[in-house]
Design a protein around this ligand. Structure first.
Ligand code: ZN
Ligand code: ZN
Length: 253
């Protein structure tokens, strides 16, 4: 665990040094950034990021389009009505579609070892917390864990980086080892049913005393069908959590 942290700091330092010696490029459009710019993304690209605004399902945060605009704010999406999720509510800071440049940006952070981008994305999440959640009771922030082996290969857990930024904003602690991924799961793809099966039994609570009676904010990078966060919320609720709220950086449309 210590080694992973050192590795992460080492990588961050390495990229910080690179920023000084290389002309900075926008991570999305590759346009030139001002020298010494601390932002990884140019202003027009930031402006192009789609953020989540109402109307959306009050439970799972799924955006409503078209005719649904006429629904009252309490109206739940069909998914939540037929199969209520294990979590109390879920929100995402930004939305993206398949060919959205933002997707590249997220992949760069997650798979391209651009951990420094996580700071920008985490701040984006942190800044939108009050807008999306109001002032809910949250005792502790829980990043969705990676399996030990995957975290070792990647050198960091992207959810952990984002959770830290949100935790700073909310002045709440991050609980890192409260829940673990006890079996490696293949990357999420395919139909909803496959995704649910894929993550079933993947998580286990390691320290119930830190979960019991507490309101948790579960943080992850991307929500697609919600199968992963739902499974994680399920074991947290079973372990006695008072409530589980979910916050992801992005929601795939
Ligand atoms: Zn740009
Ligand atoms: Zn819903």
């Amino acid at each position: 665990m210590e080694l992973t942290r050192w590795k992460r700091w080492g990588l961050e330092l390495y990229f910080a040094l690179l920023r000084f010696v290389l002309p900075a490029e926008c991570a999305i459009c590759e346009g030139t950034l001002g020298i010494g710019s601390r932002s990884a993304v140019c202003a027009p690209c930031w402006g192009g990021i789609r953020v989540l605004h109402p109307p959306f399902c009050p439970r799972c945060g799924r955006p409503f389009w078209g005719r649904a605009l006429a629904h009252p704010p309490s109206h739940l999406c069909q998914g939540c009505r037929t199969r209520p999720p294990q979590y109390l509510l879920a929100r995402s800071a930004v939305l993206y579609e398949r060919d959205d440049p933002l997707r590249e940006f997220l992949l760069l952070f997650k798979h391209g070892r651009r951990i420094g981008l996580g700071g920008h994305l985490g701040r984006l999440m942190a800044e939108r917390t009050e807008y999306l959640f109001g002032h809910p009771t949250i005792d502790v922030i829980v990043p969705v864990p990676l399996h030990r082996r995957r975290e070792r290969d990647r050198g960091f857990n992207q959810a952990d980086v984002l959770a830290s930024a949100v935790a700073r904003r909310l002045h709440r602690p991050v609980l890192r080892k409260g829940v673990q991924r006890i079996r490696p799961t293949p990357p999420q793809a395919g139909k909803v049913r496959d995704r649910v099966r894929n993550v079933r039994g993947a998580f286990a609570v390691r320290s119930p005393a830190e979960i019991e009676g507490r309101s948790l904010l579960l943080v992850d990078d991307i929500l697609t069908t919600g199968a992963t966060v739902n499974e994680c919320a399920k074991v947290l609720m079973k372990a006695g959590a008072r409530a589980v709220l979910v916050y992801t950086l992005a929601r795939a449309l």
